[in-house]
Design a protein around this ligand. Sequence first.
Ligand code: 5AD
Ligand code: SF4
Length: 358
Amino acid sequence: MELSDERVLEELSLSGVSSSLISLADVVRKQSVGEFVYFRGLIEISNICNKNCFYCGLRKDNLNLKRYAMTEDEAVEIAVSMYRSGLTSLALQSGEVKSDRWVEKLVSIVRRIKEETKKIDIESGKEPEGAGITASFGELEKEHYEELFKAGAHRYLLRIESSNRELFYKLHPEDSNHSYENRIKCLEWLKEIGYQVGTGVLIGVPGQTEKDLLNDIRFFQSFDVDMVGMGPYIEHRNTPLYVWHRKEIESKGFYRRAYELTIKMIAITRIIMEDINMVASTALQSVPGCENSLEMGIIAGANVVMPTFTPPDVKSSYNIYNKRRNLSLKEMVERIEKAGYTPVLDRWGDPKHFLKRE
Ligand code: 5AD
Ligand code: SF4
């Protein structure tokens, strides 16, 4: 359902979240994608990153972080045991390393996961479909995306972070390694190759206006994406963005605003884009001072959650922002059911938006 620019701006500028907006989003959600919430088991393969995004704790210049990269066997083993336990869709994530050698390893992981999980299907007398695989490894070469797709990844997440070019360069250094145009080009390649494509933005970052957020939604629409993942900005103390804007970030109401804007952005995006998949992100679940943000995200229209299956010994090193809260699969299932929605673990849950376009 279309909403005018004026209406969107009015909702975003309001202090608080209007219950009529949330109710409308929930009606649209139930009509278009139902009461289901799909799970993606998240495996954070490596925290090594060659980028220097000003807001993120994994940035290359953060020397205070223990870096790790799983072996192929480790990653495949986690995926296979997840699949055996009945969770059939997974998401592989890492910092960005644009090298043939690194991508070869990722391709091999994807291929092996696909093969192993198909074997499990055959053992249990099912059609060999294997795991649904979402990849999120940042900006790579087109050939890399093609190889990953051929190996069996069929969804790719690459957030634009902000569709406002000027703000993009306040969040990223303006150098050859951080290019707004290249990010757009990557999104176009992913679409051409045939991936289900997801993008998204950071919400509540210093310098961002309601108008920027409206334009972000218009960007999702014009790009006709299948999936959206948005989350509030959360501080990481060892990053330039925090140091530059410390006063604002520590001011009263900063996180409340980021949280409320995220909930409103989810609701408005659900109303306007109806049948896409949208995640209640880990950042949303981690927003300081808010205990029921998972439920609020779901009620506002999110229909995907991503519990992490990264082993505890390395999980703490995937420190994108401080005080990350990781709910277990069990906890998520219980809370989603309690809120009146239906958790789905044993189906891929592809975005209807993509299936309709095919
Ligand atoms: N707060 C919230 N989200 C962040 N990300 C990176 N740093 C932060 C932060 N400080 C998000 C980015 C990126 C994803 C891997 O994590 O949007 O796309
Ligand atoms: Fe690297 Fe992604 Fe963090 Fe940027 S946001 S520093 S690309 S992990």
